[in-house]
Design a protein around this ligand. Structure first.
Ligand code: CP
Ligand code: NVA
Length: 302
């Protein structure tokens, strides 16, 4: 595997397999109550420029369970927030730590950080992508369905960071991806163009959520207003109102469709309460798997 995990394209097929094997093994041994201190004495710095519940807890607990420690670093409380250059921060932190996880706005900052750091850098979400989320989600699908091969994933809503990482996954793996986004809220153009070119099973973009959801094995959504877009809240809620995963949309999908959401969710907006809390939803298992999959990634990279 490469030094860093900055987007899904950093992974080759054998890396995915290695992550799935590691995650399954780590999940099993944790459930059996076994100690697995493979990262004893190792340290992970976690830089957060945006809020987080799952990413923070799963990385922090994951490092602890592997015998290491994680440091929660917000830019507000470190010199990064006062303008210390990324080049200095990355080179200096590389002398203290064994790895860095970054959640921030610009993908370029994470890339710049990684280019100066001599230790592995993991993208914990940027405006452009959220690779750790999609890796956990693929693991969840594999766990529930045995394989993701040839499955149809329908992503409904905003063409945001989560959608972009789904496109990258569909370019690398044999999944069929259809997306439904309102005009003006499409996924990143470059990512879409590359994804379409490289995908084996196909990536399609629709305006009509029912078209995208047709016979889908997985219905996936994310918030309409991502972190950093709070000022667009009102406008977005109007534009996205027909892009909700609800009972009607479920009817278009396959009968045993799995409903997924990276969380946090807004019931009554991108997903109805009865669907997210209903029998098709796997959102809590999905959140749990962040822990196991990221532990596998940490084991490999650190
Ligand atoms: N899904 C996800 O990344 O959740 P957090 O924002 O709580 O980390
Ligand atoms: N698209 C969301 C994902 C949150 C996990 C955001 O960026 O806020």
């Amino acid at each position: 595997m490469k030094k860093d995990l900055l987007n899904i394209y950093d992974l080759e097929l054998k890396d995915f397999e290695k992550i799935w094997r590691g995650a399954a093994k780590l999940k099993k041994s944790l459930k059996e109550g076994k100690t697995h201190a493979s990262l004893k004495g190792k340290t992970l710095g976690m830089i957060f420029d945006k809020s987080s519940t799952r990413t923070r807890i799963s990385f922090e607990v994951g490092m602890y369970q592997l015998g290491g420690i994680a440091l929660f670093l917000t830019s507000r409380d470190t010199q990064i927030g006062r303008g210390e250059p990324i080049s200095d921060s990355a080179r200096m932190m590389s002398r203290y730590l064994n790895g860095i996880m970054i959640r921030t706005f610009s993908q370029k900052s994470v890339e710049e950080f990684a280019s100066f750091a001599t230790i592995p850098v993991i993208n914990g979400l940027t405006d452009l992508s959220h690779p750790c989320q999609i890796l956990s989600d693929l693991f969840t699908i594999k766990e529930k369905r045995g394989s993701y091969d040839k499955l149809k994933i329908a992503y409904i809503g905003d063409g945001n960071n989560v959608a972009n990482s789904w496109i990258e996954a569909a370019a690398r793996l044999p999944i069929r991806l259809s997306l439904a986004c309102p005009e003006g809220y499409d996924p990143d153009q470059k990512i879409m163009a590359k994804g379409k070119k490289e995908s084996k099973e196909g990536i399609s973009l629709y305006r009509d959520p029912f078209e995208a959801a047709k016979n889908a094995d997985v219905l996936y959504t994310d918030v309409w207003v991502s972190m950093g877009q709070e000022s667009e809240d009102k406008k977005r809620k109007k534009i996205f109102k027909n892009y909700q995963i609800n009972k009607q949309l479920l009817k278009a999908a396959s009968r045993n469709v799995m409903v997924m959401h990276c969380l946090p969710a807004h019931r009554g907006e991108e997903i109805s309460a009865e669907v997210i809390d209903g029998p098709h939803s796997v959102v809590i298992d999905q959140a749990e798997n962040r822990l196991h999959v990221q532990k596998a990634i940490l084991e490999i990279l650190l």
